[in-house]
Design a protein around this ligand. Sequence first.
Ligand SMILES: Cc1cc2nc3c(=O)[nH]c(=O)nc-3n(C[C@H](O)[C@H](O)[C@H](O)COP(=O)(O)OP(=O)(O)OC[C@H]3O[C@@H](n4cnc5c(N)ncnc54)[C@H](O)[C@@H]3O)c2cc1C
Ligand code: SF4
Ligand code: SF4
Length: 816
Amino acid sequence: MSPKLVVIGNGMAAGRVLEHLTDDAPEAYQITVFGAEPRVNYNRILLSPVLSGEKTFDEIVTHDDAWYAARSIDLLKGKEIVAIDRAAKTVQAKDGSVTPYDKLLVATGSLPFIVPVPGKDLPGVVAYRDLDDVNTMLAAAQHGGSAVVVGGGLLGLEAAAGLKMRGMDVTVLHLMPTLMERQLDPAAGHLLKKAMEARGIRVITKANTHAIVGDGKVEAVRLDDGTEIPADIVVMAVGIRPNSGLAKAAGLEVGRGLKVDDHMVTSDPDVLAVGECAEHRGQCYGLVAPLFEMAKVVAAQLNGDTSAAYTGSVTSTKLKVTGVDLFSAGDFAEGEDREEIVLRDAARGIYKRLVLQDDRIIGAVMYGETADGGWFLDLLRKATCIADMRDTLIFGQGYVGGAALDPMAAVAALPDEAEICGCNGVCKGKITSTITAKGLTTLDGVRAHTKASASCGSCTGLVEQLMSLTLGDQFNRAAVQPMCACTELGHDDVRRLIIAKDLKTIPAVMQELEWKTSCGCAKCRPALNYYLLAAWPGEYVDDNQSRFINERVHANIQKDGTYSVVPRMWGGITNPRELRAIADVADKFAIPTVKVTGGQRIDLLGVKKQDLPAVWADLNAAGMVSGHAYGKALRTVKTCVGTDWCRFGTQDSTGLGIRIEKFMWGSWTPAKVKMAVSGCPRNCAEATCKDVGVICVDSGYDIHFAGAAGLDIKGTEVLTHVDTEDEALAVIVALTQLYREQARYLERIYKWTKRVGIESIRAAVVDDLERRQALFDRFVYSQKFAQVDPWAERVAGAEAHEFRPMAHFEPREAAE
Ligand SMILES: Cc1cc2nc3c(=O)[nH]c(=O)nc-3n(C[C@H](O)[C@H](O)[C@H](O)COP(=O)(O)OP(=O)(O)OC[C@H]3O[C@@H](n4cnc5c(N)ncnc54)[C@H](O)[C@@H]3O)c2cc1C
Ligand code: SF4
Ligand code: SF4
């Protein structure tokens, strides 16, 4: 009699083991298979095409009843094993029946993770794991209605696409900022989101599910921010965990999964494990490729070949949503010892990125064109040295050994009727013939005569290449200083294109403007974060990680690693209550230095990072908010005592300073902004070396701007004279808004003024009243979202991870 093999679980891994085992040695075992599902073995990964209607269940069956019968395998469908008795070498099914074994194979797969929120057990909440789940979804989809999928990973997106194809109104909720973040980087995640949205699927990222609501059945999903999304069905697709409880109860060694050695044997020599339930060298897998490799080893092992060993797998991911091509493999996190090669083609929605270490591929992400995925995976698995093919590597296997692509040759090869400017429908022939006919030598000339590159401007590079081809040395490309090494574009083009192309996230900017790196650098990220904040107030969510350390922690780092804290003192005015609170804070937190700054504020120096939230809490309690002494923002409005106290005062300079500061605080600007108001031309508040200064005179207010008193020293320019305080505020606000909209990141007002010219600024905020009002209104609108005390937010728990003790080495900036 051959020995008895009992298999628990009849999923993909078990199915593959049985194939190998019965092919190699049909008589070796008497096999009994227990499957909790009431059906034969099927290809689980094709459940999504069944859901979407692209396949039927019969088409995804791998082994039908006849297959088991032909191999004399006793398949017990719908029979769940509830206990293993290793001493007696038996298994017990839920119906009480006991079956003996000589060898036992555990292949119980995974269990879907259900987010533990209120309402998770309501009828209508379903996981996505087996055919029953698909049938529940299909039943719900029969009536149309709304579906919410919690989880924007592989399973969630496949479920969403399937339900959409079945006619449901689908929303995907994803906790992280980009979709499939474990397999894709933000750029590819952005393209994927766009593709899902193009299918009519709503995607909400950074969405934290708070509760599932409904009376007797699912009715809606409530997010942390209170938003409720109607739902007739909720699909939970947030992850899986190895189904190893049965093994654990039997006393087998279990970590995250059931632990196996390289021969797939558990801590009991007669018990083997395979598939997602197994943990091998600390790793559990959730894709089929590794399971199939494991299955070969298990079959060999059961057939007595102890030399077969499983040593782990490098996995790759594809998404089975028709029309979405993505591929990812390996490790694509950034790292100092890593390099990357990035290729983006915004027009075709293509993004490819290879991560290299020591001239070897260690990670690959591709979107839009994935034909070379298998080749990259092979190079990765074999750790092939790619030094010799590096120049053409990213273009794929077809280019190996060829020369690097010459972009000029590609443009030269375009036919005359090839469209260059999509916005204005201008083709290559029109551009080259106009250049020659009109003797054009500048980009502006071509724009004026052909309209090419005159709208969104994304074809500017192509137009310039055509000019080079047509004019040769005669063409002098306007010297644009690129923002950084990640792009050819200068700050102004990036700002313009953010608006023209409606770009609302950093990954969107990087993909659509064809960034040369995957995630940008320390120069472009903070700039993009500011440009997006300025362009889309209320819509763009500030990316804290794109800010410098001082802005991340809302305090100024000092040379010993401690911080300085400067509470806001409106117009430089304080009172005994505030001073007492400051003194108490200094005592309580043993703050070594308390100093008066040049901007009429009090600076608490030497605060430990981990004490910051508590220090702010105490200052908040006394009514003080952040002074933004660390920020590219309005810092201080210095004032003199004016008519309140001074014999020479002509106007209420203190009142105006406080009014300006209360109106404008919190607003992010390209660089720091310092202001001052002096009550008479004696100018005790030093207003004539500030970014914006007001000198009060008997007849009203002289408004100055573009001064500097730092690395550069420069007296202000006079912008205009106004009669009233209201008008002074209106001009200052409009000026600041114009600066916010036009200046390059880190460009102070005096530098911006020098670049654009005083006259253009005066025309916008003094002469053109309508434009002044529009600028004013846009500033006021953006303040609705900006005037939030960042200290209070952090006291309430925001960004808590920042305030755990840790060393930081980043540029420092003085507080004032
Ligand atoms: C919708 C979907 C799409 C997927 N797409 C892909 C893809 O594109 N690419 C990819 O690589 N992977 C994909 N996967 C993952 C892939 O299906 C799994 O990695 C694979 O099925 C795991 O095989 P397994 O045998 O370990 O577990 P399973 O296939 O889950 O089989 C385990 C079986 O054991 C049964 N069982 C559990 N406990 C008991 C018990 N006590 N008694 C009896 N029976 C029991 C379960 O009912 C189940 O039938 C997808 C998964 C799903 C759900
Ligand atoms: S600037 Fe003029 S009003 Fe103000 S304190 Fe000095 S002298 Fe007085
Ligand atoms: S930056 Fe220079 S001037 Fe400013 S506080 Fe530091 S040392 Fe002093």
